[in-house]
Design a protein around this ligand. Structure first.
Ligand code: ADP
Ligand code: MG
Length: 534
C-alpha cells in the first residue's frame, strides 16, 4: 500500500517539476511578447507620425521659400497691378494646390491677387497679416478665407522697401489639400492620422463633424500631452474609462504649431494580441499534454517490462523447484520399467507376457506426461486465450505436484461439480496460478494435512475455484501484505508468487479473496467469468 502511495507521490512531484517551469516560462514569454508587440506598435506609429510630420513640414517649407522669392521680386515691380498679377500667375502655375496668391500693402489692402475672380478684401485685422508685418514668415490656420470663402491655411511673408516692411505676400491653401495628404494614411483597419493646432482646433479628422459636437479637444489628455511634450513628440495610452480606448502617437511640426497624431484604436490591437495569447496558451497546453502522454507511455512501458520480467523469473523459479519433485516422480516408473525389462531378459526363450509390455507402456506414458507438463510450463509460449476446462487443467497440475505432497504426507483432493462451466483463459498462465497457490499450501503445512481444491459454478456466469488447506494460516498483520512484491516468510522464497498470481487473475477479469485464520488454515477463492460465446 505504502509502496504504491509513494510511487504516486513521486509521479505527482515529477509532473509538477515539469509543469511548473513550463507554465511559468510560457507565461513570462507570453507577457514579454505582448509587451514587445505593444512597444513595436507604438514605435511604428511614432515612425509614421514623424514621416507624416516631415512630409507636411517639407510641403509648408516649399511654400515659404516660394513666398520669400515672391517677396523679393514684388518691390522691383513697383505697384503695377498687371505686372504683379502676372508674377502671381506664373508662381501659381507651379503650385496648383494653392487657391490664392496675393500681395497686400501695409494697410492690408490687396494690391494684386491670382486668380482674380473675386472682389478684393481688406486683411488688416488678420493675424497672418500682422505677423508678416512684424517681419515673420507665418503659417497659420485654419481660417475661412475672406476672399475665396473656403476653409484655408494661410502662409504669409513680408516684403521690404527702403529697408522697412512695406507689405506682405501671401498664399491660401485649401484645407482639403492637406487633408487629402493625411487621409491616405491607414493604421490597421480602423486607425488613422489626424492633426490639430496647438490652440486646440482640429485641422483634420475623419470624424471631424462628429467630434466638434461631442469633444472639447483642449481638455483631452492628448492635447495636454502634446502641449507639455519637451521634444514635441510622444505617445499616450487611453486614460481609464476612455471609450473607445486609443493609443495616440503625436509629433509637432517644425514649420507650424500643428500636431500630427496617429490614432491606433486599441480594440483592434488587443484583439490581435488576444489571438496571439490564445495561440500561445494552446501551444503550451499541447506541449504539456505531450509531455504527460510521453511520461505515461514510458511509465506503462516500464511497468509492463517489469511485470513480464517478474512473471518469467517466477515461472522459472517454479519450474526449478518442481524439477526436484519431478525427478522423484520419474524414478518410480523408471524403476518398474527396469524391473520388467530385467524379467524379460531373464526369460529369453519364453514369449513375453502381454501384461509386462502393457505396464511398461503405461509407465512410459506417465513419464511422458510429467515431462511434457514440465516442458509446456517452462517453454515461453505466446499468450493465447482459449476455452479452458479447469478440472482437466488442475488435474494435470496435481499429477505434477503430487509427489511433493506425498513426501510431506499431504493429501491432495480435487472436488469438481459434474457440469462445470468452461472459462476463457491462457492455459500456461492459469497453471502458474494454481501451481503457486497449491505449492504455497503444501509449503505452509509442516507435518501432514490436506489441500482441497473445489470447483463450482456460481449461477451461470461465474466459476469459483477454492484452494483450501489446513496449514497454520496467515497472521492478521500479514494478510494485507499478500501479493505485494517480495513479501515472503520463507527462507528461500521469492515473495513474487502471489503478486504474479494476482496479476494473471486480473488479466482474466477474475477476482481473488483470502480467508485465513491462524491455526485454522487458509482458503484462497477465485471467481472467473464464464466463457461466453458471442
Ligand atoms: P513465496 O512463496 O516465495 O514466499 P508468495 O508470494 O507465493 O511467495 O507467498 C508470499 C507469502 O504469503 C508466503 O511467504 C507465506 O508467508 C504467505 N502465504 C501464502 N500462501 C499461504 C498459505 N496457503 N498459508 C500460509 N501462508 C501463506
Ligand atoms: Mg509461493
Amino acid at each position: 500500500m505504502n509502496f504504491i502511495r509513494e510511487k504516486r507521490l513521486a509521479k505527482v512531484l515529477l509532473i509538477m517539476l515539469i509543469l511548473v517551469p513550463v507554465v511559468t516560462m510560457g507565461y513570462l514569454l507570453l507577457f514579454d511578447q505582448l509587451n514587445e508587440q505593444r512597444q513595436e506598435m507604438i514605435n511604428k506609429n511614432m515612425q509614421i507620425a514623424r514621416l507624416t510630420a516631415n512630409y507636411v513640414d517639407d510641403y509648408l517649407s516649399s511654400y515659404k521659400q516660394t513666398l520669400k522669392g515672391v517677396a523679393f521680386r514684388v518691390p522691383l515691380i513697383d505697384n503695377d497691378r498687371n505686372e504683379l498679377t502676372k508674377l502671381l500667375r506664373d508662381i501659381s502655375l507651379a503650385h496648383s494646390e494653392a487657391s490664392l496668391f496675393y500681395v497686400a500693402n501695409a494697410k492690408g489692402q490687396l494690391l494684386a491677387k491670382y486668380p482674380n475672380d473675386h472682389a478684393d478684401k481688406n486683411i488688416v485685422d488678420r493675424d497672418f497679416f500682422t505677423a508678416a508685418m512684424q517681419k515673420k514668415v507665418f503659417i497659420g490656420g485654419p481660417y475661412v478665407g475672406r476672399v475665396t470663402g473656403i476653409d484655408i491655411i494661410s502662409i504669409t511673408a513680408p516684403f521690404y522697401q527702403d529697408g522697412k516692411v512695406s507689405g506682405i505676400v501671401g498664399v491660401s491653401i485649401p484645407l482639403d489639400e492637406l487633408q487629402n495628404k493625411l487621409s491616405v494614411i491607414q493604421i490597421g483597419h480602423s486607425g488613422y492620422a489626424t492633426r490639430f493646432t496647438k490652440d486646440g482646433n482640429f485641422l483634420w479628422h475623419p470624424k471631424l463633424e462628429e467630434l466638434k459636437k461631442t469633444m472639447e479637444l483642449d481638455k483631452t489628455p492628448l492635447f495636454k500631452a502634446a502641449l507639455a511634450a519637451k521634444t514635441g513628440e510622444g505617445s499616450i495610452g487611453p486614460s481609464p474609462g476612455e471609450e473607445p480606448p486609443e493609443q495616440h502617437s503625436f509629433v509637432t511640426l517644425t514649420e507650424a504649431p500643428w500636431v500630427i497624431v496617429i490614432v491606433q484604436p486599441l480594440q483592434e490591437f488587443n484583439n490581435q494580441m488576444n489571438q496571439i495569447m490564445w495561440r500561445n496558451i494552446f501551444i503550451i497546453i499541447l506541449l504539456i499534454m505531450f509531455i504527460i502522454v510521453i511520461l505515461r507511455y514510458f511509465n506503462l512501458l516500464k511497468d509492463r517490462i517489469a511485470a513480464e520480467h517478474i512473471q518469467k523469473a517466477e515461472k522459472l523459479a517454479l519450474v526449478g523447484q518442481l524439477a526436484a519433485g519431478v525427478a522423484h516422480e520419474i524414478r518410480n516408473p523408471l524403476t518398474s520399467i527396469k524391473g520388467f525389462v530385467q524379467l524379460i531378459q531373464s526369460k529369453k526363450s519364453e514369449p513375453i507376457p502381454e501384461f509386462y509390455l502393457e505396464t511398461i507402456m503405461q509407465e512410459i506414458d506417465r513419464i511422458n506426461d510429467i515431462v511434457g507438463e514440465m516442458v509446456v510450463l517452462a517453454k515461453p509460449v505466446p499468450v493465447q486465450f482459449a476455452e479452458i476446462n479447469l478440472r482437466n487443467l488442475i488435474n494435470d497440475i496435481l499429477n505434477l505436484i503430487g509427489p511433493q505432497a506425498v513426501l510431506k504426507d499431504i493429501q491432495l483432493e480435487l472436488i469438481a461439480s459434474e457440469d462445470l462451466l468452461a472459462i476463457r483463459g491462457e492455459p500456461n498462465q492459469l497453471k502458474q496460478v494454481f501451481i503457486n497457490l497449491i505449492k504455497n499450501s503444501i509449503e505452509s503445512i509442516v507435518d501432514g494435512g490436506f489441500v482441497k481444491i473445489h470447483l463450482t459454478n456460481r449461477g451461470n456466469s461465474v466459476v469459483e475455484v477454492k484452494v483450501q488447506d489446513n496449514g497454520p494460516g496467515v497472521p492478521r498483520e500479514n494478510l494485507e501484505k499478500l501479493g505485494t512484491p517480495f513479501f515472503t516468510t520463507k527462507e528461500t522464497g521469492t515473495g513474487l508468487g502471489l503478486m504474479v498470481t494476482y496479476g494473471i487473475i486480473r488479466n482474466h477479469k477474475g477476482e481473488i479473496n483470502v480467508l485465513s485464520e491462524v491455526g485454522h488454515g487458509t482458503t484462497f477463492s477465485i471467481n472467473f467469468p464464464v466463457l461466453t460465446i458471442e
